[in-house]
Ligand binder design. Sequence first.
Ligand code: NAI
Ligand code: DG6
Length: 512
Amino acid sequence: MSFTVEGSHVQETEDLISSSFASHGTSVEKDATTGKYTVKPYTREFIFQTEKKIPKVGVMLVGLGGNNGSSFAGMIIANKLKIKWNTKQKEMQANFIGSLTQATSIRLGKCGDEEVYIPFKEILPMVEPTDLVVSGWDINSMPLGDAMRRAQVFDYDLQQQLYPHMQKIVPLPSVFDPSYVAANQGDRANNVLALPKKEDQVNKLRQDMREFKEKNGLEKVIVLWTANTERFSVEQDGVHDTAKNLMEAIRRNESEISPSTLFAIACILEGNPFINGSPQNALVPGVVELAQIHKTFITGADFKTGQTKIKSVLTDFLVSSGLKPRSIVSYNHLGNNDGKNLSAAQVFESKERSKKHVVDDIFDGNPALYEPGEQPDHCIVIKYVPYVQDSKRAMDEYISEICMGGVNTIVLHNTCEDTLLAIPVMLDLVVLTELLTRIHMGEKTNGGEPEMHNFHPLIGCILGFLLKAPQFPKGVPTVNSLFKQRLCLENLFRACRGMNTRTCMGLNKMFN
Ligand code: NAI
Ligand code: DG6
């Protein structure tokens, strides 16, 4: 590692970084008679322990043959082989641009007059992307070389170089339930597990994970759902509400349990983290409870890539500046298979939810502008236009009330290249999830050594920067604001390393 941290609050051995961290918070009490609030600052002392040894990690993608799946595998191989290719403008070389861990930096501090930054990935030991072993499932049997050509995401010259390497990777047969996706996806389904019982399907997925692990000598496997967006499961008491009910419902082959929920359950039972990159409610309450019992990470939902990332920044800028958005309209059209699947109403509704609710907490958090429950008009439109392929066009209009009756209108046009925005986000989710499995925390109390714990299974609260609809543990307030989410990650890792968290107050030079 490129730096060490000194101080009595941090110790580093060959295996472990141990740090203690004082977290300053405030509790608020309301006087029942006067309605007046009293704020009480408090400090809690936490201990973090980070295992330094980076395991050999495998990634299994559900939807391996799709645009995201094949391009993710291609990105890893191209970087591993340091592939260079020609576009019509210039020679390119493989990179991870767009990845928080691989392409951004963290400020260490000042060294004399020099500002010192380190690559984000050096703050704590993280797996090297090129060391990842990639496999997975798809309901379509196409080998990845052909799937990459079908996707039309990479430049032709890059495709030509990757083809022989990619063609060796063939997706495993998957669990498929046509009632969860658009009818237009049926002709893709030629690689489906011929197991009618859900219990057998879960067991087969578990076996696939074990075999992948053994065959490649892996110490950890992370599973990422990047398959089609599914419609929401209709959550029912007695089926989805508890871990016990869910497992019993699987045994009696209940129909309203989605493939993505089955994958999540198989992962939990194998002790493998599961990441849901699509918006559907795979992580129903029974899944969350099962993950708590088995102490396995689950996270979702829906990669935050283009239009929504901008929305969570722009709305935050408007509302935190005291401007009042009254109308947000987000339109996009795209021509890839994702767009084709989203053209079915029930599937679209899943995406609509995650694209829409990403700003709710920003309005709720400013009672100076918005009455309780007041929200701007907010409309999401997605259209399938095959010609534009993966090059999604996203157009947004934000209309805000400004001072003294003024109206401010912002219009954006964003040519997204959806998949090339998504694959670095997928990489970050894998790298950071793996790291989080090696961090343990405890709280210092007056007597004795603190008991150390894993993080709560719903690590969406830590990885929200990468997710449109991060799932938080009950009682933890939702944060969608992009830069708060980034600061959360950076500060958590600084604390684990024994460094002060960033306040951005710049107090050292503030007085005259
Ligand atoms: P895609 O349609 O190209 O790929 C999905 C793949 O999943 C297909 O190959 C399909 O055959 C396969 N599939 C469908 N059901 C399956 C099942 N039950 N088991 C295994 N495989 C199955 O879509 P793309 O563009 O790769 O996107 C994947 C997912 O990621 C979609 O749900 C999309 O909404 C989501 N997403 C994509 C973002 C992006 O910017 N590309 C951002 C946010 C989310
Ligand atoms: C249509 O919106 C397709 C979707 O799958 C999105 O492209 C994807 O969720 C990325 O969305 P966004 O809003 O982050 O650009």
